[in-house]
Design a protein around this ligand. Structure first.
Ligand code: NZQ
Ligand code: ZN
Length: 388
């Protein structure tokens, strides 16, 4: 049964090869000063940076440069970005890049005019925003996080060895997002497949919980089938527009708040993955792939009926003559084989995790209670050891 919920998604989204043509009209809605936020240089190499600058100049904007946002953005970088935004009293934060760039822009958006330390207030204490917010717009170049149409902002504090995501309210969602699948063609295969698994895991985190019948789970199954199909095409033929555009759209729907309406969610793979990220700075999607199979094997007995349904409805496992356990197991095997086919990292050692880090990673994992089993610290340790 669906629970009570409130649904609103205020992000205006432009999709397709011609999507960038809409940037100018969106920019006209904001004041003169735009902080242009981007990563380590991929947009300069691809020529997108020049295109954006040209549009900003044509709109008469004053540009405040804010490049060099690293994958897994740090709070230190956020403090610098806030200083720039404050000094220039910027009217819009334009994020051009992947999830890291978008997440960072949202962090700067809520933190610039915050009178307390934003790390303490928004990430450690998870408080609501009660100060001025600078609007964010986004031109997406990497597919996976869904950050283009949600309130998520994941920030790393290396000193404290913590990577924390705050899901802000819809007043912090990007005001607009521009999605051209062709802008993702230049992604290295490592990033493309990491993003594909991030999408898959966003869906499973919301699917593997509850035992009720609800519309959301059927939508999730459809999205997973589409993703599996398109991913198999994209790894062989990265410039296949049909596949890349379907993957891009699936990523947005996987984490734009639709899939958790009226239902409980799990999110423990992400909690473990984030803690691994705080220790290793590893690529987000790979921190998830490396622990997923041991995690799902550990919780499968507690959510057996859903794992059976996953096997049959997502992986087309034939249930005839098999026990529920056998069906569920075949589903997980099919997922594992698909993950290997994509070339995902399947163990945490490969991400730089060493035995001495394990106790800290366990401590840094936030234990949530929406899934089939509330994990103990010992169980998290077991999952990590299985993932080594
Ligand atoms: O920095 P540049 O030079 O741009 O290179 C980036 C970066 O090295 C590169 N890249 C991006 N677009 C490219 C490209 N290279 C060539 N061509 C392109 N078109 O890809 C690398 C990774 O980019 P990044 O933005 O870090 O990847 P992703 O989109 O996976 O974002 C990861 C961050 O998002 C957080 C993760 O924890 C991580 O910090 N997440 C955010 C969420 C949210 N907002 O809801 C949810 C997710 O679960 C996730 O936690
Ligand atoms: Zn993710």
């Amino acid at each position: 049964m669906l629970g009570n919920f409130y649904y609103s998604n205020p992000t205006k989204l432009y999709f397709g090869e011609d999507a960038l043509q809409n940037l100018e009209a969106e920019l006209q809605k904001y004041g003169d000063t735009v902080q242009l936020i981007y990563g380590g240089g991929s947009i300069k190499k691809s020529g997108l940076y020049d295109q954006i600058i040209e549009i900003l100049i044509a709109c008469g904007k004053t540009i405040v440069e804010d490049g060099g946002v690293m994958p897994n953005p740090t709070i230190k970088k956020v403090y610098d970005g806030c200083q720039k935004a404050k000094e220039n009293d910027v009217d819009l934060l334009l994020a051009v890049g992947g999830g890291s760039v978008c997440d960072y822009a949202k962090a700067v958006s809520v933190s610039t005019w915050c009178e307390e330390d934003p790390w303490d207030k928004y990430y450690l204490r998870m408080e609501d925003v009660d100060n001025r917010i600078i609007p964010v717009g986004c031109v997406l170049t990497m597919v996976g996080t869904g950050s283009e149409m949600n309130g998520g902002s994941v920030i790393t504090n290396h000193e404290q060895k913590l990577k924390i995501g705050h899901v802000f309210g819809d007043n912090v969602f990007p005001k607009f997002a521009i999605l051209n699948p062709k802008l993702t063609y230049t992604l290295p295969k490592w990033q493309m497949v990491s993003g594909i698994y991030d999408i898959m895991n966003h869906i499973t985190e919301q699917y593997f919980s509850g035992d009720d019948d609800n519309t959301t789970d059927y939508i999730a199954e459809g999205l997973m089938r589409s993703l599996i199909h398109s991913s198999r095409i994209a790894v062989k033929d990265p410039e296949n527009y049909e596949a890349r555009s379907n993957i891009m759209w699936t990523a947005t729907w996987a984490l734009n708040t639709l899939l958790d309406m009226g239902k409980t969610t799990d999110w423990m793979v992400h909690m473990i993955g984030q803690s691994i990220g705080a220790y290793t700075d590893a690529t987000h999607g790979m921190t998830l792939s490396a622990v997923s199979i041991p995690y799902y094997r550990a919780i499968c007995p507690y959510g057996l009926q859903k794992f059976k349904r996953f096997a049959m409805n997502v992986w087309d496992v034939n249930p005839e003559g098999k026990t529920d356990e056998e069906i569920a197991d075949e589903g997980l095997k099919a997922m594992e084989s698909w993950m290997r086919e994509l070339g995902l990292v399947m163990n945490i050692r490969e991400l730089g995790v060493t035995e001495d880090m394990l106790p800290g990673i366990v401590k840094g994992t936030f234990i949530l209670d929406g899934g089939y089993k509330v994990l103990t610290e010992d169980e998290i340790m077991e999952i990590l050891k299985e993932s080594m």
